[in-house]
Design a binder for this molecule. Structure first.
Ligand SMILES: Nc1ncnc2c1ncn2[C@@H]1O[C@H](COP(=O)(O)OP(=O)(O)OP(=O)(O)O)[C@@H](O)[C@H]1O
Length: 985
């Protein structure tokens, strides 16, 4: 009989979300025996065929009255597994508890189970016999009612039978009645622990049964045994026909969890669960692993492993197929259901997946996805007191959803070593270990307030538990293939070591605490990586569920059949030893507080989150402070910038003013150098002399102004001070009489008035150009100042605007001056033209001067009053009344025409100077010199104007300067530079 050719799941993980996880777990009932078409063996109705059991003729071996339909062909049983096609979790109203008897009694449930059974059973399946209880009690023992974490809360009440009789024909896994554990003399085994159906009274209750059991009222003496569950699953025959021998030799009673072999070395084997060929993976999971998974979620360590001969259905049971997912996917679904149901705790899940292949550990999750064959870092097993034995370095992935977890495991499955053997087309060549680490922590129920939310995050102890789901490689006979032989040798060796360890397990320990066997020898955990890795579970630190798979009724040659039977018996013995010897004293993991190396990731993440939060807050604070500082600095900078701008503008304005002043000064010097200033000075000197000397020479002096002004003029003295210029401010130099004399006595001046005028004209033109250039410069600066003033927001803005206005005013005044000068130039030009006629009558001269005077008046806009007639020159200082310039000029007809006209002009100048003195633009010194009044406040200026004293002051204000310039310009205009100094005297 050949074994079926099977294939491993190849489908990709699902992309769609898993179905919703149930919110309640109180409605799904415990799995109980399902109704079957097979007849339930009953003690009274002993089948006659039982007589044929040779090995134990005395035992009535009951045959099922109806043959179990053989399972569908195994070739099609193992289809590609698609995670998306895993069974949907029960709806919210359903619970994950096994169906109760009550639910079984319902027609719907019965129909479903019946149809499942009929689907799985195929004609040809070995007829399984149900062994009744031994009548003599020698080979069959009742299992003791030992409550445990894995059957916690289960009462020993009998399961109600459908229609008052066992619905199962023995293929169901309804636990047997309590029996005491013992082994029969002829090799029959039974286990002390048993699983019990939950009584109706427990259904719907969600109580912490472990607490109940571990509490003072718990059966402490027996609980440890109860923490180990051993189940045996019988795989359907692969080819559909069964041997009569096998049929006669084997009896499987699922209801009583019994497998009996009536052949050589036969006996009855009792376990916690016996699954028949019709039991599907859901049933296996519910009975053998579900409770353990729940306990792991509560904080216990748990290990589920499948053990058995190659091809007997270990991988099938652990991974499952599309239509019947196995223990691993169902556990994953359950884990997440539990998390959803447990609102009072928060969880963190991480998963790792390794294989032990040829005594080497490979990380199945670390395999590069792109297929690159980079050598993996060697994974070693280490041990510490807290974690026990563990593999490192191992990749762990944190998962947040069932889909994600299934995908990770699927990835590992794909990386696992498999190969074709004579017995299994896709045989697992390695032991595969999925480890799901569950970290959980109590959550303080959070209210709506921010405070309570914060409190909810307060750190509490983190509990870390591990669920190990192990699919062992199958024991096998020597294969033909070399590689398979080598693999098989390693597999067999490790399984042998496992068996040895289990067989020698005892509660004894040496003085160092190392486990020893009954003979005081050390247990050979280190002989294989598998036993080393399972050390914690085997030595009792975790809950254990062992699922042993067998196949009975193997076809083939009689030798093969014998070998097969021997292997099956070995598996059964292994299972029995495991149940008898493994003592679990699993305890709930202690909640660890703190964020040290030993703390779970959950705590580390929490503390990291808290750290990051505080860092964030700190950074935010410092950022705020920085921002504030930056703002301050920015404001300071802006203020400084504004200040700079203001300073710049002020500087510009000051520079402009200074330049203007310098320029004007230059002009004055320039005029001097070209004779203009000297002419003016000469004129003034002339005027001085005119005021004093001319009185004697030409009769009483006449003033063209008021008597007051005349008297003022009289104080000018014999030497007229030089016209004040910027250079003369503060210490106005006066021309010494000698210098004056030198200048005045220059005969060329007298003889070449025309040339002087032309020179003056040139100088004025140059001056005009200078001024134009200067205006352009000022305009440019003004433009710059305006531009920068746009950006001003400082407090000094208004002040600057004010200053700018002042500057503007000054500029306007300067413009007016320039206009004056231009006009003056025009007038001078015309004067030059007139002089060129050389025929100048006093009248014409007077009219010319008069017109100039008018022009001046017009330009200055100040002296609007008409020129008054000159005063009679009786005395110096006396008011000149009754004389007009015309009369004056007429009286001197006898003199040189030019001299006369000069006198006229002198008079006119005198008059103008007097005007200026009166208006405060000029002050007269005691000696009769004329100066610009000192710089002073407006009040002082007014006072100065009134007092007309000779106080010399500091630099005059700009207005004064401008006025002075105007005066000077006017004087220049009026007094030709070529006027002979002598004549002025
Ligand atoms: N209970 C079962 N019902 C139907 N088919 C099954 C059952 N058990 C196993 N099979 C089928 O038997 C074949 C072998 O199963 P599986 O690969 O799970 O055996 P195994 O014990 O894991 O073998 P190995 O140790 O060589 O890996 C598969 O095709 C599988 O589909």
């Amino acid at each position: 009989m050949s074994l079926p050719i099977l294939s491993r799941p190849t489908a990709d993980p699902p992309t769609s979300a898993l179905p919703p996880v149930p919110q309640s777990r109180h409605t799904r009932k415990s799995p109980v025996q399902r109704p079957s078409k097979l007849k339930t063996p009953s003690r009274p109705s002993v089948s006659p065929s039982n007589q044929g059991v040779s090995s134990t003729p005395e035992l009535p071996t009951l045959k099922t009255t109806q043959n179990v339909r053989s399972l569908s062909t195994p070739q099609t049983v193992r289809k590609a597994v698609s995670i998306g096609q895993f069974p949907q979790p029960p709806p919210p109203h359903a619970i994950s508890r096994p169906p109760s008897a009550a639910s079984i009694a319902s027609p719907t449930f019965s129909r479903k189970r019946v149809s499942e059974a009929s689907r799985l059973s195929t004609p040809g399946t070995p007829k399984l016999k149900i062994s009744p209880r031994h009548s003599d009690g020698s080979n069959l023992y009742r299992m003791s009612d030992t409550p445990s974490l894995l059957n916690a809360g289960i009462s020993s009440s009998a399961v109600p039978l459908v229609d008052n009789k066992r619905a199962s024909d023995g293929l169901s896994s309804v636990p047997s009645p309590p029996q005491s554990r013992s082994s029969s003399a002829n090799g029959s085994y039974s286990t002390s622990a048993t699983t019990f159906e939950e009584g109706d009274e427990d259904r719907g209750r969600c109580k912490d049964v472990s607490e109940e059991l571990l509490g003072p009222k718990g059966v402490r003496g027996k609980e440890h045994k109860g923490n180990v569950t051993v189940s045996v699953r019988v795989r359907p025959d692969s080819n559909g026909h069964d041997s009569e021998t096998a049929e006669g030799e084997w009896m499987v009673d699922g209801r009583r969890s019994l497998i009996a072999y009536r052949g050589k070395e036969g006996g009855d084997y009792h376990y916690d669960n016996v699954f028949g060929t019709y039991d599907d993976n859901a049933k296996v999971y519910d009975s053998a692993a579900k409770r353990l998974v729940r306990r792991v979620m509560e904080g216990y360590h748990g290990t589920v492993f499948a053990y058995g001969m190659t091809g007997t259905g270990k991988t099938f049971s652990m991974q499952g197929i599309t239509s019947s997912p196995g223990v691993i996917p169902l556990a994953i679904t359950d884990i997440f259901s539990y998390i959803r149901e447990t609102a009072q705790r928060e969880f963190l899940l991480r998963v790792s997946y390794l294989e032990i292949y040829n005594e080497k550990i490979n990380d199945l999750l670390a395999t590069p996805a792109n297929g690159s064959s980079a050598p993996q870092e060697e994974i070693k097993l280490r041990e510490d007191s807290r974690r026990g034995v563990y593999a490192t370095p191992l990749k762990e992935e944190i998962v947040q959803s069932p889909t994600q977890l299934l995908r990770v495991i699927h990835r590992g499955d794909m990386a696992r070593r498999t190969g074709s053997t004579q017995w299994n087309a896709r045989s697992s060549r390695s032991h595969a270990v999925v480890q799901i680490v569950v970290e959980s922590r109590e959550r303080v129920p959070s209210g709506n307030s921010q405070e309570s939310k914060r409190v909810a995050m307060l750190p509490s102890g983190v509990r870390v538990s591990t669920l190990s789901l192990i699919d062992l490689a199958g024991s096998e006979r020597a294969a033909d293939d070399r590689e398979r032989q080598k693999e098989g040798a390693h597999i067999n060796k490790s399984l042998l070591t496992l068996g040895t360890v289990i067989s020698r397990l005892s509660a004894s320990k040496d003085k160092n605490g190392a486990p020893i066997d009954k003979d005081g020898k050390h247990l050979p955990y280190r002989d294989s990586k598998l036993t080393r890795l399972l050390q914690g579970a085997l030595s009792g630190s975790s809950l254990v569920s062992i699922l042993c798979t067998i196949q009975i009724g193997a076809s083939g040659s009689s030798t093969a059949a014998t070998t097969h039977t021997m292997e099956t018996l070995n598996t059964l013995k292994f299972a029995a030893r495991a149940k008898n010897n493994i003592v679990s004293h699993a305890k709930k993991a202690v909640e660890e507080v703190g964020s040290g190396v030993n703390a779970g990731l959950l705590e580390r993440y929490r503390s990291e989150i808290a750290n990051l939060r505080s860092q964030l807050e700190h950074q935010k604070k410092s950022a705020d402070a920085k921002e504030e500082k930056t703002e301050e600095v920015q404001m300071e900078r802006e203020a400084a910038h504004r200040h700079e701008e203001q300073m710049l503008e002020m500087q510009l304005a000051r520079t402009a003013l200074k330049e203007r002043i310098e320029h004007l000064n230059r002009l004055i010097l320039c005029s001097k150098s070209t004779g203009v200033n000297s002419g003016m000075t000469s004129a003034l000197g002339m005027h001085g002399r005119l005021s004093t000397g001319t009185v004697g020479d030409h009769g009483p002096p006449r003033s063209v102004k008021s008597p007051a002004s005349h008297s003022t003029l009289g104080t000018l003295g014999p030497t007229v001070s030089r016209h004040p210029s910027m250079a003369s401010i503060g210490a106005p130099p006066t021309f010494s009489p000698a210098a004056d004399a030198d200048e005045d006595e220059d005969p060329s001046d007298l003889g070449d008035g025309m040339a002087s005028l032309q020179a003056q004209n040139r100088a004025l033109q140059a001056d005009l150009q200078d001024k134009n250039r200067y205006i352009a410069t000022l305009e440019k600066r003004l433009l710059q100042a305006r531009r920068s003033s746009h950006s001003r927001t400082s407090l000094g803005f208004s002040r600057m605007v004010q200053e700018e206005d002042d500057v503007q005013k000054h500029l306007e005044e300067k413009d007016a001056v320039i206009a004056d000068l231009q006009k003056t130039v025009t007038v001078l030009r015309s004067a030059v033209r007139q002089r060129s006629n050389a025929d100048m009558t006093p009248e014409s001269s007077f009219s010319e001067f008069r017109s100039k005077k008018d022009i001046r008046i017009l330009l200055d806009g100040e002296a609007s009053e008409p020129v008054r007639p000159a005063s009679p020159p009786e005395s110096i200082g006396a008011p000149l009344t009754g004389a007009t310039p015309l009369s004056l000029l007429s009286a001197q007809k006898s003199g040189d025409k030019k001299r006369k006209s000069v006198d006229e002009m002198s008079k006119m100048l005198d008059e103008m100077i007097q005007d200026k003195v009166e208006s405060g633009h000029l002050v007269k010194g005691k000696s009769g010199s004329v100066r610009v009044p000192p710089r002073s406040t407006s009040t002082q200026r007014q006072h100065s104007r009134r007092a007309s004293n000779d106080h010399a002051g500091p630099m005059p204000p700009l207005n004064t300067t401008i006025s002075t310039i105007r005066e000077r310009d006017f004087v220049q205009e009026r007094v030709p530079a070529t006027l002979p100094a002598k004549s002025l005297r």
